[in-house]
Design a protein around this ligand. Sequence first.
Ligand SMILES: NC(=O)C1=CN([C@@H]2O[C@H](COP(=O)(O)OP(=O)(O)OC[C@H]3O[C@@H](n4cnc5c(N)ncnc54)[C@H](O)[C@@H]3O)[C@@H](O)[C@H]2O)C=CC1
Ligand SMILES: O=C(O)C(=O)Cc1ccc(O)cc1
Length: 314
Amino acid sequence: MTGTPLFERMALIGIGLIGSSLALAARQRGLVKEISISTRSPETLARAEELGLGDRYELDAATAVEGADLVILCVPVGANAAVAKWIAPALKKGAILTDVGSTKGSVVDQVSPHVPEGVHFVPGHPIAGTEQSGPDAGFPTLFEDRWCILTPPEGTDPDAIEKLSTFWRGCGSDVDRMDPNHHDLVLAIVSHLPHLIAYNIVGTADDLETVTKSEVIKYSASGFRDFTRLAASDPTMWRDVCLNNKDAILEMLARFSEDLSALQRAIRWGDGQTLFDLFTRTRGIRRSIIEAGQETDAPDFGRHGKGNPDGPAE
Ligand SMILES: NC(=O)C1=CN([C@@H]2O[C@H](COP(=O)(O)OP(=O)(O)OC[C@H]3O[C@@H](n4cnc5c(N)ncnc54)[C@H](O)[C@@H]3O)[C@@H](O)[C@H]2O)C=CC1
Ligand SMILES: O=C(O)C(=O)Cc1ccc(O)cc1
């Protein structure tokens, strides 16, 4: 993007994978004039400065948001409410306040009460990420060809929604809008449950006494390897996701357990037809995802398998 930046000053609170990727993408694409960064730990803030991610660095989040016309909360979802309360008195009238949290219902409930009159709160969630965390993990192409879902509460200023949508499109994303509770249900099955399954299967393998750890590592160049990648994701972030999307995750886990019991039964009773039918149906889903252009059929390194030089190292 060239010409006038969309925002004069963007403040990022939290500068891990998502915050640092936003800083790099917004800078590279000329979306903002100035970037102000705040995060809780002095070491992380110093690292962000070493990496040159912003223009101003503040330990005090309230100071960081002063004068900002775009404020993005990039912290684990469980920290959003405390951060919102902290920065609220310093937010500029007319500013857009948004977040990137993986859950939306709880964020809307917990942040909204702190949003001052005249500030536009437009919650968001980029469906883009990796298992890495911290300011070194960011890369500017993370959001390209990915979805960003906005869940603005009813009555939100349409101009604020449009301006934030333009920002995300500027980062390379497609933008969709959803009701926060519907978002949480959809994400519970496509993202939260897969991570839980990965944490669980890797934990189970690690607990096995009849199979040594060295065998798990040695023979994991198969499906198991994909699970270990997901299971390497940030523990704080995923603890917060589970605690903040409790109902939807428990609902999906219940359905999953029921379906797993049906599979168990089919195996026990030698019901090959049931197994074959399910495996045929699920193969079709994979094919539709590839046809929709959201995945390569190559060994699964996602979009970065297409040779993206900015992608994270395996
Ligand atoms: N990692 C991923 O793949 C994706 C993550 N998200 C969401 O983005 C948000 C950030 O995730 P990541 O960047 O991956 O996490 P991260 O762990 O890489 O970074 C989190 C940052 O927040 C800071 N922080 C933590 N608590 C804080 C507090 N109370 N006050 C100020 N700063 C605090 C940390 O110091 C760190 O700089 C989370 O809400 C997550 O759900 C959304 C899409 C993808
Ligand atoms: O690394 C992966 O495969 C992911 O699924 C990344 C991811 C994690 C959390 C989100 O809310 C969105 C995307």
